[in-house]
Design a protein around this ligand. Sequence first.
Ligand code: AIF
Ligand code: ZN
Length: 355
Amino acid sequence: MTDLHYMQFALQLAKETIGQTSPNPSVGAVCVKQGEILGIGTHLRAGDAHAEVHALQMAGDRAQGADLYVTLEPCSHTGRTGACSDAIIRSGIRRVIVATVDPNERVAGRGIAKLRAAGIEVDVGLCEREANMLNRPFFHYIQTGMPYTTLKAAITLDGRLATSRGDSKWITSAEARHHVHELRHQYDAILVGSGTVLDDNPFLTTRLPQGGKHPIRIILDRRLQTPIDANVVTDGAVQTIIFTTSDRNVAYPSHFVRVERIDPSRPFLRTVLKKLGEEGIMTLFVEGGPSIHASMIEERLAQDAYVFIAPKLIGNGPSLFTSDRAEMNDSTKLQFERVTQVGPDILAYAQFEKE
Ligand SMILES: Nc1c(/N=C/[C@@H](O)[C@H](O)[C@H](O)COP(=O)(O)O)[nH]c(=O)[nH]c1=O
Ligand SMILES: [Zn+2]
């Protein structure tokens, strides 16, 4: 087997833990000697052993003289667990193949330097693009302190979020809505505006047949209009944080609803995201409504977007993006990364172009 084969296996191991390792990256490791796999590992959750340690423990003494494939540069600092670079040196590994370098300035290149100083051969860059895409949210979070923010919208073919009378049940198919729950499972938090709470009374939970992680619910509600009997307030499924600029006092049940006041003189959205980053929220899924999406786009706070497009036309109704650009050149540019069919609907996944 080739190096590529084992690195792709390590990437697959990392991919399976997307969404459960925050605020750490998803990492996979495979230990191989003469074509025999001696150990595999993936980082399961923050605070647990790193992928490399799992793989080396499984290989035991047989790691002596073996190769280790890792999707992210082994750490050199002793965070919550010992440094992987030390464990690799102690294990007698002969060669380490690293897909991409860790952007975390505490680590960048140090892990690799330590391994090379100990006489271990280190090759860097195999499947680098794939490894960087896999941990794009982690890299964004480490470098900006802000949650990696994804917009999600469901529109008709003529770009409408609802009819002119506000009806949106349903635009997309059960298959597409099921896929939304698979996406929710991957995110640390989900955000909607008070308009969506008042219009739809959503649960915003992850309801999959096999279960799934509920993202923390974030409600942007400047005037604190979220009703005390709203589903996000009463269902107790997961924590709900309501961000407001209002001084009103509303008696929400305190055990899983928290009201955070933002100084009205601060940029509301950016301040909320900064606070979420400080609380360790690495990924944020924004389900709308249209004014939230518009603000996220205007303030360049979103990194990518999932747009579900149903084969339906309804004419008038709120459109996906409510800003008003005079020239085509002033459009907000994205790059389609993946366009797939989900049941009868189309799913366009796109990255916002960096300014
Ligand atoms: N109207 C539609 C959506 N609507 C999305 C939001 O407006 C809803 O309030 C939110 O998904 C409800 O969350 P829940 O209570 O947890 O189910 N989203 C979709 O993908 N397709 C639609 O046709
Ligand atoms: Zn490590």
